[in-house]
Design a binder for this molecule. Structure first.
Ligand code: FEO
Length: 405
């Protein structure tokens, strides 16, 4: 038996099969900790002109081709639609083109440019305009550009015959499961992974998400199924994920604070715990995270609905601790909205870190609360410094009281 015979397609709707790949063991997606793995979803539309929607990451080409072969003679695939040129969806495109020999490969105009930059495919990709319908013989596939969701080339496509939206990165999550549909997966896992995905991939693009939701609502397309390119497919209660996207995009704060820090000899750790105590005493839900125990993408997942972020760093070599610089650089790029925060940390002699953390938080758009540059403690926080930390927690908690999703 060939290895590709291990892989079977899964029927999604009357004319559509899932033919993607499951990355059970991948734990890194360009710096995002995919602790539950991920999937690269590709779909086969069984129209007169059999059409493959997206492909998969390069090492998984055999898995995708095996699933295609489980439902159709691969030689009958006529079109490939590339909704997004990022390599998790196009890494095996040259291999797929060689194996399937499609008549045409379609992408948005920006997609054509990106694919030509990544692969040697001059003249082999056909541009498709925003709103253009591709004729598949007995049905049509309509392409809608979704620039910046998640790259300038991105588009989604709609199959009216099955009332199915291929939503590309949108409404996806990094989650490897043997189940293909969201209604088969534990809801608490969907809740965490959908939020984590949004927070790490789409957060800075929230304005575009809101506009896309408005545009799709205005088009009034009947949609029975949303088929994203990562994670499970939505076929029941679509409002579960649509409502969350509308809420994520608003970034409305809740009475929750994330205290995130690193420590050298335990002093900044003592300060973090005192701040957390002050926050909890004020009725705020607290998440305490240490950067050598947690990774940046998990911190950002917790920040999605938080109203406050308090960042602590000791001073090392006249600067902040490197793990905190990593987090703050990442956070600045994600441009979180509607958050208040503060900086804190211990030091031995020069003590620059707290001011640097404060400057980075301000650059990320966080409104700073409390004394300038933040609460600092020399060597080990004494009773006064710990009282200052608890007071900072209480002050933040007062500001958060009454905030809700
Ligand atoms: Fe799943 Fe933007 O790639």
């Amino acid at each position: 038996m060939k290895e590709t015979e291990s892989f079977k397609a899964v029927k999604v709707s009357e004319h559509v099969y899932w033919v993607g790949a499951i990355d059970w063991t991948g734990r890194d997606f360009h710096g995002y900790l995919t602790q539950r793995g991920t999937t690269y979803n590709a779909y086969l539309v069984m129209a007169d002109k059999v059409t493959l929607i997206d492909t998969v990451k390069a090492p998984f080409a055999g898995e995708m081709l095996g699933r295609i072969a489980s439902v159709v003679d691969p030689a009958s695939v006529r079109y490939i639609i590339s909704n997004h040129s990022e390599l998790d969806h196009t890494g095996c495109l040259p291999q797929a083109m060689a194996a399937l020999a499609p008549e045409k490969v379609f992408a948005s105009p920006n997609g054509v440019r990106a694919l030509n930059a990544h692969f040697d495919l001059p003249g082999q990709i056909t541009p498709v305009k925003d709103g253009e319908a591709i004729e598949l013989g007995n049905m049509q596939l309509t392409c809608l550009e979704t620039k910046m969701l998640h790259w300038p080339d991105s588009m989604i496509s709609y199959l009216a015959a099955d009332e199915l939206l291929f939503s590309q990165d949108g409404f996806g999550m990094h989650l490897a499961t043997s189940e293909r549909f969201a209604d088969e997966v534990d809801e608490s896992i969907l809740e965490y992974e959908a939020g984590k995905y949004y927070a790490n991939i789409l957060l800075p693009l929230s304005g575009y998400v809101t506009k896309l939701l408005e545009r799709v609502a205005k088009l009034n397309l009947p949609i029975k199924t949303i088929a994203p390119d990562h994670g499970p497919i939505w076929r029941r209660n679509l409002n579960w994920i649509l409502d969350r996207y509308a809420r994520y995009a608003r970034q409305q704060p809740t009475n929750k604070a994330v205290v995130v820090y690193d420590t050298m000899w335990g002093s900044t750790d003592l300060m973090a715990r005192a701040i957390a105590g002050g926050l909890a005493a004020g009725g705020t839900h607290v998440k305490l995270m240490k950067m050598r125990s947690d990774d940046r993408s998990s911190v950002v997942a917790e920040l999605l609905d938080a109203g406050a972020v308090l960042v602590g760093s000791p001073t090392i070599n006249n600067g902040m601790f490197p793990t905190m610089a990593d987090l703050l650089c990442y956070l600045r790029g994600l441009k979180p909205m509607n958050k208040i925060g503060a900086a804190f940390g211990s030091f031995g002699w020069s003590g620059e870190a707290v001011g640097q953390v404060r400057a980075e938080l301000e650059a990320a758009g966080v409104e700073m609360v409390g004394e300038q540059p933040g609460v600092r403690a020399k060597f080990v926080p004494d009773a006064t410094a710990l009282a200052d930390c608890r007071e900072l927690g209480r002050k933040i908690s007062e500001r958060l009281a009454g905030t809700q999703a």
